[in-house]
Each structure stands twice: as structure tokens, then as C-alpha cells.
Ligand binder design. Sequence first.
Ligand SMILES: [Zn+2]
Length: 141
Amino acid sequence: MDDLSKFCCQNPKCADYGKRGAGNLMVNMRYGSQKQLRLLKCRTCRERFSERKGTPLFDSRLPEEKVVAVLSHLSEGCGVRKTSRLSGVSKDTITRYALLSGGHAQQLHEELVAFSPGNAGSAMRRKVGLRGQKRSKLRSE
Ligand SMILES: [Zn+2]
């Protein structure tokens, strides 16, 4: 039996959207060269989606270990160039994953944190220029 408690429906229109362990998901089929990936189906809205949907691994053409290596270098504070050297992955690809995983982290934050200063916080970040810094760091390093 597959443990699907860490997954949730990815259909924003669904009543069970974003709810983990709600018992609404089932494995519809397996796919991938080793049948290692699952296509999940939501019983509530009948939508089907990849178990990777909503993660930086969705539609990833790199082997999973490479993606994990890239993301761990980035999270350790390595720049794009250094990560590229260490992992043998092109800089463009790394930038793409960095942006994807940033979005994913933001989504997770929205989902997991009940109260977030939200707009006030991002206005603050804009004011002190942290957002711009992060982007230009990605580009220039
Ligand atoms: Zn659903």
C-alpha cells in the first residue's frame, strides 16, 4: 500500500486542495522508465496529476540525484557558477531549478504557516532590497 499522506490534491478548485492525509488520493497508474513515478488521482475532484506536480522535480529531465545535489549546493549558499562546477550541470539549468525551488518554498510557506506577515513582510524586503540582491546574486555569480 502506498503512503500518500504527504501528498495533496493539486487542483485549486477542489474542496480537498492542499489537504494532506485527507484520504482522497489514490494511485491511478505508474509511469517512468522504471515505473518509479506515480500518477495520483483525487477521488474528490477526479483530477489526475503526477506525484511530482508542484515540486521542482516535476518534468525534470535531470536524474533525481542531480537535482537533489544542485538544490543542496544552492541551499548551502553556493552560487550558480560554483554549483555548476560541483554538479556538472549547466548554469542555465541551475538558474531554472533555483527559481523553481524558490517558488516551491514560497508555496510551502503559504501552506504550512497559518499566519504570515505577508504583504508587510515583502514590502519590507523590497525596501531593504533583499529580493533584488538575491536575484542579482543568482545572475552574476
Ligand atoms: Zn481534488
